[in-house]
Ligand binder design. Structure first.
Ligand code: GRF
Length: 232
């Protein structure tokens, strides 16, 4: 986070997205360029959140267009057979470090980042997942929830560790599953919740209200707003 005269000023995000980028859009609409109260009674410590860079592994991703429309720098980091995942991620990490990102947000980034990438940004990478983890990890969570017949699914925002959707959970919110739900109808309600929960969680992190667990622990301490316990 950049400072001026000891006062925190800008909290920079790097957002990684592979597809439509509707969650990136929610971040742009609700957070980008806005000042966020760090904590009640702490005037002068209100960081402005800025999306400093949007990275995609998919050259034609709509997320890149959304970033360009908002005047945000973009980077395309496609995978090819000549480069290993680690080499790819080290190059991507270098670009993210250049913009001095405080937080890396995986918002529909459909690749598993390497342990080396996680290590570079230790405790500063979060992921959005369309299910209540640890239920239904992976890339087919919405269909898995429908097939399994659960009555409640939801959305999770978690810190990224070296596993697939296994990192410490920061925030979750439930979404009911109805008997006549299709993939599209359930996905629509899940996305609507994602578009609220992800920006809210980023705001809390930027405000210093999320404490990552100590090594060996999984419990994330979150100082929720008075009217919110994070599970609504
Ligand atoms: C979201 O449902 C997110 O949970 C999952 O990928 C989807 C991305 O959607 N990881 P969008 O690209 O933000 O519209």
């Amino acid at each position: 986070m950049s400072t001026a005269g000891g006062v925190r000023r800008v909290f920079r995000l790097a957002v990684l997205a592979s597809g439509s980028g509707s969650n990136l859009q929610a971040i742009i609409d609700l957070l980008h360029g806005r000042s966020i109260a760090a904590s009640a009674g702490a005037p002068g410590s209100e960081p402005i959140i800025e999306v400093a860079l949007v990275v995609s592994d998919v050259p034609g991703a709509r997320a890149l267009e959304r970033a360009r429309e908002a005047g945000i720098a973009t980077l395309i980091c496609p995978f090819d057979h000549k480069t290993t995942r680690v080499e790819h991620d080290i190059a991507m990490a270098a670009a993210i470090r250049e913009v001095d990102a405080d937080l890396v947000v995986l918002a529909g980034y459909m690749r598993l980042v390497s342990p080396q990438f996680v290590h570079v940004f230790a405790g500063r990478v979060i992921n959005l997942h369309p299910a209540l983890l640890p239920a239904f990890p992976g890339t087919t969570s919405i269909d898995d929830a429908l097939r399994y017949g659960v009555k409640v699914t939801g959305v999770t925002v978690h810190f990224v560790d070296e596993g697939l959707d296994t990192g410490p959970i920061i925030a979750q919110r439930a979404v009911r599953v109805f008997e006549d739900d299709t993939h599209d109808s359930l996905a629509e309600r899940i996305h609507a919740v994602e578009h609220e929960l992800l920006p809210e969680t980023i705001r809390l992190i930027a405000a210093g209200r999320v404490r990552a667990p100590l090594p060996g622990d999984r419990v994330v301490q979150v100082d929720w707003d008075a009217d919110d316990d994070g599970s609504r």
